[in-house]
Design a binder for this molecule. Structure first.
Ligand SMILES: Nc1ncnc2c1ncn2[C@@H]1O[C@H](COP(=O)(O)OP(=O)(O)O)[C@@H](O)[C@H]1O
Ligand SMILES: Nc1ccn([C@@H]2O[C@H](COP(=O)(O)OP(=O)(O)O)[C@@H](O)[C@H]2O)c(=O)n1
Length: 215
């Protein structure tokens, strides 16, 4: 391993269930950096809106929740469901919600010794100067298979077809929205993990990071 540069920021973006979180967690452990799963921020906002009895179409209500997220927002297991992902994608389209979450994400990235962040707009909007940018993809059917397996461990009735439809719709919505759409930054390295297990994907990601650090 190279000496880790001070303030190393690794940005990982990609579509739903592409393995961003798995790679981010492992890279963070490898380099001794904190990790922020930014998808959980949007999931928590949507959850807060619904709990307040407001509508997911209410941009002002969602922005107010986003400005007041509790410090332990990530601890709620209810955020990990498919419904929470769909609801997150709706509030994530609101510019006022995204604006409310920018500063805390940038502050997380700016704190020593650096950070790993994963999401949809880390390389494009949140950390455009990140030293390393990865855009992780896999075929939708493969991603749906992985996510279905994960959900089926908790809910035996989870349907592969519904998970696939959900992933396709969310990707289309996330990629077509006007504010911070899902897309690779021009300087991101693409990593397609369709034919890689988690260990192979980590090895490939590590090689990309080490290459970026060597240049
Ligand atoms: N390369 C891989 N091969 C097989 N399964 C994977 C791979 N990468 C991640 N997974 C599994 O796929 C699911 C989705 O991965 P996750 O990291 O949560 O994706 P994301 O953060 O992009 O939504 C998880 O259950 C994870 O364990
Ligand atoms: N940086 C981010 C992260 C997530 N999101 C939104 O939040 C939703 C849930 O993100 P997630 O990363 O938790 O979803 P998965 O890829 O884990 O299924 C996405 O579909 C996006 O709409 C975003 O807009 N920007």
């Amino acid at each position: 391993m190279m000496r880790v540069p001070e303030g190393l920021v690794i940005a990982i973006d990609g579509p739903a269930a592409s393995g961003k979180g798995t790679l981010a967690r492992r890279l963070a452990a490898h380099y001794g950096l904190p990790w922020l799963d930014t998808g959980l921020l949007y999931r928590a906002v949507a959850h807060g809106v619904l709990r307040a009895g407001a509508s997911l179409d209410d941009e002002a209500a969602a922005a107010a929740v986003a400005r007041n997220l509790p410090a332990d927002f990530a601890d709620n297991p209810a955020l990990r469901t498919s419904e929470a992902g769909r609801a997150a994608s709706r509030v994530a389209a609101f510019p006022a919600v995204r604006a409310a979450l920018v500063d805390m994400q940038r502050a997380f990235a700016a704190r020593p010794p650096g950070a790993v962040l994963d999401g949809r707009d880390i390389g494009t909007v949140i950390c455009p100067d990140a030293r390393v940018k990865l855009f992780v993809t896999a075929a939708p059917e493969i991603r749906a298979g992985r996510r279905h397996q994960e959900l089926a461990a908790r809910d035996p009735d989870a349907s592969y077809e519904l998970v696939l439809a959900d992933i396709r719709k969310r990707d289309a919505d996330d990629a077509s929205r006007a504010t911070a759409p899902l897309k690779p930054a021009p300087d991101a390295v693409l990593l397609d993990t369709s034919d890689m297990d988690a260990d192979a994907a980590f090895a490939a990601a590590l090689a990309i990071v080490e290459q970026a650090l060597a240049t």
